[in-house]
Design a protein around this ligand. Structure first.
Ligand SMILES: [Zn+2]
Length: 247
């Protein structure tokens, strides 16, 4: 497949880069990415991926837009309140890049939605059960998985290249005894741009994985927005892990 004249213009800032070029842009145009959750993380992730020319994006979220979302969920406007998030997102992303095919699922993630052939899955939920379901599916199907979360001033991101490494997964590093699962943005608050930072990092990680430049399987990136600090941690595989464990 060769690029059209309009694609040469649209993606010229990618094409100028030696490590992307026409070959890399074609990889992005041929990719199909599932984004689960169209809230504070899913908004920047979907905007940047549609703008970058990801050929097909599937969006999954059962929520409607609420006025309290507008502080951070940058896809939506006051007129969208009460409407399904995925429908509003589809309209906005179609306007941004008519060439990117946007599929929508106005429901929580199910096995049927996961059964499609995705290049990569992005976890933008604030729900531990959904996160664990996505991790288990991606590990089993050897699909790359990019997960992030944010609460208050802090964000966290971790990605897994399950096609090349299946010995460490999100389930290994979730602290099952932590109080955090009961805390979420709805009851504890969050800074909008912290979600923007983590969502941008997720979108960057998606592009890196699709282009073949990702080498940090299971490395956790933490951002402390209040103190302006980043931290990288190398997580350890849990041999007893129910998903990837060897014992
Ligand atoms: Zn594991």
């Amino acid at each position: 497949m060769s690029l059209t004249d309009s694609q040469f213009m649209r993606y010229s800032r990618h094409l100028l880069m030696d490590d992307i070029g026409e070959e890399g842009q074609t990889k992005l145009l041929n990719a199909h990415v599932l984004i689960v959750g169209l809230g504070g993380l899913g908004c920047p992730v979907s905007l940047y991926l549609a703008a970058a020319g990801i050929g097909q994006l599937s969006l999954c979220d059962g929520d409607t837009v609420d006025q309290s979302n507008l502080q951070r969920q940058v896809l939506y406007t006051p007129e969208d309140c009460g409407k399904p998030k995925v429908a509003c997102a589809q309209q906005r992303l179609n306007a941004l890049n008519p060439e990117s095919q946007i599929n929508v699922y106005n429901e929580n993630v199910t096995g049927q939605i996961l059964a499609h052939d995705y290049s990569l899955v992005v976890d933008c939920t604030d729900n531990l059960d959904a996160r664990q379901q996505l991790n288990a599916h991606c590990h089993q199907q050897k699909i790359s998985f990019v997960s992030a979360s944010a609460l208050g001033w802090e964000g966290q991101l971790v990605a897994f290249d399950f096609a090349h490494n299946t010995s460490l997964c999100l389930n290994c590093i979730i602290d099952k005894d932590s109080a955090e699962p009961t805390m979420n943005c709805g009851n504890s608050g969050v800074i909008g741009p912290v979600l923007g930072a983590m969502g941008s990092l997720q979108a960057t990680t998606v592009i890196r994985i699709l282009l073949g430049y990702f080498k940090q399987h299971g490395q956790v990136q933490r951002y402390d927005g209040k103190n302006g600090q980043w931290l990288s941690l190398n997580a350890q595989a849990d041999k007893q892990c129910a998903i990837c464990g060897t014992q």
